[in-house]
Design a protein around this ligand. Structure first.
Ligand SMILES: C[S@@+](CC[C@H](N)C(=O)[O-])C[C@H]1O[C@@H](n2cnc3c(N)ncnc32)[C@H](O)[C@@H]1O
Length: 376
């Protein structure tokens, strides 16, 4: 991934990012960082890039033309236009879902303002995203750009030594992470919780979930309001699909449950869900039956929601794409209605999310909806 930073203080960005994990990632070539000094594009013989604000008032405003030229010079270099983020306290506050979504770009241009900000007219022409790093005002956009680059880079393959470590962390489930301990077993009279020494992975996971919820309730009750427990109910006669679905759910949650509705036992048990649950249904489009809806409904007979948010994945036969697409579409519409009648609120649907990119886009869309408050 390539970061292009437009700034009046390139040395600040260079010095701040060429160390530690990001420094190594640049050496390895997983990410590149290029700074462009906006001052180099000044049309003024004294290299000025700011001027007094029209209408009066305190402070100076960065002129449109140097910012425009700096931006175009990057686009010319990379041979295309790219997503251009203006770091500003007036933007959407950065969160983990936005970070993961930005990490899917190949090139990202980051525009750092200074003084009172930048002439609105150039922002209208070049900026695609307005992003804030928090509800406070900084002296310039450089620290914001560095925060964004650091957070986004963690999702670029190869940046972290163990790629999984960017998956399960604070905020993935709208929960803060559980507390961590390392050696020694006792320090200042405080012992490591015994369950962590038990070697019983199921119990350890249950303890971690409980601590995550407890901690989020204490420190970030605003997050907990929109936290959901994810269940993936699926029918996947082909094992390849089972693997894809398992990965999908793992990308969505650390703590979810997987229900194979192909098993009679699962179909017969009570499968009741409340408003704090989230249900991901996944079924194939083509069942050997004249009436696919009736056949699919059988899978979900024992499922009942109470205004439960849900999403639907209907996957088709990858070898018979055209035929299966129309069948998938029809079935998706009919299943959506059937599930709504059973108390589920379908937030989104997805047809055959085969590539990891499509899957991630779908999941990020879902997470965004959850973050935004599905119960509000
Ligand atoms: C002093 S601020 C200008 C604030 C501007 N007058 C306003 O009220 O929106 C100067 C620059 O710092 C950056 N900046 C300040 N606060 C920021 C924040 N919370 N997130 C991202 N960038 C920020 C922006 O690039 C901005 O142009």
């Amino acid at each position: 991934m390539n970061f292009h930073v437009l700034t009046l203080f390139p040395e600040m960005i260079e010095q701040g990012l060429h160390t530690s994990i990001l420094g190594k990632a640049m050496e390895k070539g997983c990410i590149t960082l290029e700074t462009t000094n906006i001052r180099d594009f000044s049309a003024n013989k004294y290299n000025r890039v700011d001027d007094y604000p029209y209408g009066g008032g305190a402070g100076m405003v960065m002129e449109a033309e140097p910012v425009y030229r700096a931006c175009k010079s990057v686009e010319e270099k990379i041979g295309k236009s790219a997503r251009t983020v203006y770091l500003t306290p007036q933007g959407r506050v950065l969160n983990q879902t936005m970070v993961e979504e930005l990490a899917m770009e190949e090139d990202l241009i980051l525009l750092c303002g200074h003084y009172e900000g930048i002439d609105e007219r150039v922002l209208e022409e070049v900026v695609t995203d307005y992003i804030s790093i928090g509800d406070y005002v900084l002296t310039g956009g450089e620290l914001g750009a560095m925060v964004l680059i650091d957070a986004v880079s963690r999702f670029v393959p190869g940046v972290l030594s163990n790629e999984e470590s960017s998956q399960f962390e604070s905020l993935q489930d709208n929960l803060l992470e559980y507390p961590h301990y390392t050696r020694p077993e006792e320090w200042h009279g405080k012992k490591v919780p015994p369950v962590l020494l038990s070697g019983d992975h199921k119990k350890i996971e249950a303890w971690r979930y409980e601590k995550s919820v407890e901690r989020t309730k204490e420190r970030r009750p605003d997050l907990l309001k929109n936290a959901v427990f994810v269940t993936c109910a699926f029918y996947a006669p082909e094992t390849s699909w089972k693997e894809i679905l398992l990965q999908t759910m793992e990308e969505m949650t650390r703590y979810g449950t997987f229900l194979d509705v192909g098993r009679k036992k699962i179909r017969k048990q009570y499968n009741n869900f409340g408003s704090r649950d989230f249900l991901l249904f996944a079924v194939p489009a083509d069942l050997p039956d004249d009436s696919p809806l009736a056949a699919h409904e059988e899978f979900f007979q024992s499922f009942h929601g109470k205004n439960t948010p849900a999403a639907l994945i209907v996957y088709g036969d990858s070898e018979n794409k055209d035929q299966s697409a129309s069948q998938q579409k029809l079935l998706t519409e009919r299943l959506t209605t059937a599930l709504q009648d059973k108390g589920f609120r379908i937030l989104d649907t997805c047809l055959t999310p085969e590539s990891p990119r499509e899957r991630l886009q779908f999941l990020l869309r879902l997470r965004e909806k959850i973050y935004q408050g599905i119960r509000s």
